[in-house]
Structures are given as C-alpha cells and as structure tokens.
Design a protein around this ligand. Structure first.
Ligand code: AP5
Ligand code: MG
Length: 192
C-alpha cells in the first residue's frame, strides 16, 4: 500500500485532483470534508452538531475526524493505497494518522502540497459559491477565516512532514490538466 496526503489551503484543488488521481492509480480517496457533508445531508446527530462549526469555517474536533478515518481504513479492501484529502488538518491529527497506519504496517509515503496564490483561492471559491453553492463558500469572511485557520492550525504540519522527508511542494497554479500532470509525475515515483 502507498499512502499520499494531498494538502493545501481551501480552494487549492485537493478535491478536484484527488478524484482524478484516485481513479488513475486505484487509490481510495478519503475526504473528511466530504464525509462530514454526507453526515449533514443525511441529517445525522453528528451532522447536526458539526454543521454550525463548518459554516463558520472552523475545524471540527480532532477525535471526530480521526474516528471517521480509522473506520474507513478498516473497511476498505483491494486498493493500491489511500489518498487523504483535507485530513490531517492539525499536528494532533497527523500523529494519530501515523499511528493508525503504523499499527497496520503502513506509513505516509508522500505529502503533496499544492501552492496557490491567495487571490486565486478566493476567486475559485467565490466561483464555486455561484455555481454549486457550498454554504461555507457563500460568505467572503468565512472563506478568509478558512484560509486563516489553515495558516494557523494546518500549515504547521508541513514542517512536521518536512522532518519526516515526505514533503513535496507542487505548483497548484494553472489549468486542472497541467496540475494533474505535475501531481502524477510526483506520485508515479512511489507507485509500481
Ligand atoms: P473541506 O471540504 O476539506 O474544504 P476546504 O479545505 O475548505 O477545501 P475545499 O474543499 O474548499 O477546496 P479544495 O482544495 O478541495 O479545492 P477544490 O478541488 O474543491 O473542509 C470543509 C470543512 O469541514 C472545514 O472548514 C472544517 O470545518 C471541516 N473539516 C474537514 N476536514 C476536517 C478535518 N480533518 N479536521 C477538522 N475539520 C475538518 O477546488 C475549489 C474550486 O476551484 C472548485 O470549484 C474547482 O472546480 C475549482 N478549481 C480547482 N482547480 C482549479 C484550477 N486549476 N483552476 C481553476 N479552478 C479550479
Ligand atoms: Mg475539498
């Protein structure tokens, strides 16, 4: 199994690229944002509790997402590895993921970090708000808060992974196809 983190601020293209990469390389795409939105759509108790946190652009508690990921890892069979999107988002989540993988004879092989300019992030999210309407894209203040939360709580993971030797920066500006090529080139080194 080969395990990748796709990393970057809100709007950097993690979800867009993950869907394509997972299909190309037979990886299981695990997005905690998608899992949380599915809980909200299904009207579960957990979804009800998490929706107000998400609508403000704050992070949900670490234990909620760690539990979600652990159960997905254990129920998934027959893939070449996992592609984690939007998880981990804190150093505590990173340590928990490492332990989860180590306990199962796996590790984080590579952390692909999409670098995208601030103005481009905001532009992409505002466009998405007009087209599809994710509630946390509708208010520019919430978009800015998500970017601030990323800088404060999530970016420190980069230093953590740099020390582990897994950090791989990738230019996230340009067309979806060009970025996909850059990510593919990087990932191929780890896949047979
Ligand atoms: P999450 O769902 O992870 O959202 P996010 O990090 O805010 O990121 P996005 O999904 O908005 O962006 P993306 O990088 O996936 O970009 P995308 O490909 O969609 O999290 C949502 C919330 O859930 C969090 O705020 C938090 O509350 C909670 N949460 C989730 N995980 C958590 C965790 N682990 N711990 C705690 N809380 C957690 O692209 C964006 C748009 O740009 C799309 O419309 C796309 O079509 C477009 N686009 C993509 N690439 C390009 C390109 N190259 N050129 C032009 N447009 C492009
Ligand atoms: Mg996403």
């Amino acid at each position: 199994m080969v395990n990748f983190l796709i990393f970057g601020p809100p709007g950097s293209g993690k979800g867009t690229q993950s869907v394509r990469l997972a299909e190309k390389y037979n990886l299981t795409h695990l997005s905690t944002g998608d899992m949380l939105r599915a809980e909200i759509s299904a009207g579960t108790e957990l979804g009800k509790k998490m929706s107000s946190i998400m609508s403000k652009g704050e992070l949900v508690p670490d234990e909620v997402v760690i539990e979600m990921i652990a159960s997905k890892i254990d129920s998934t069979k027959g893939c070449a590895g996992f592609l984690f999107d939007g998880f981990p988002r804190t150093v505590a989540q990173t340590i928990a993921l490492e332990k989860m993988l180590n306990d199962r004879g796996m590790k984080i092989d590579s952390m692909l970090v999409l670098d995208v300019d601030h103005d481009e992030l905001v532009k992409r999210l505002i466009t998405r708000a007009e087209l599809s309407g994710r509630p946390d894209d509708k208010d520019p203040n919430v978009i800015e808060n998500r970017i601030d939360v990323y800088k404060e709580k999530t970016e420190p993971i980069i230093d953590y992974c740099r020390k582990r030797g897994t950090y791989q920066p990738v230019n996230g500006m340009g067309s979806i196809e060009d970025i996909f090529e850059r990510l593919s080139r990087n990932m191929k080194r780890y896949l047979k």
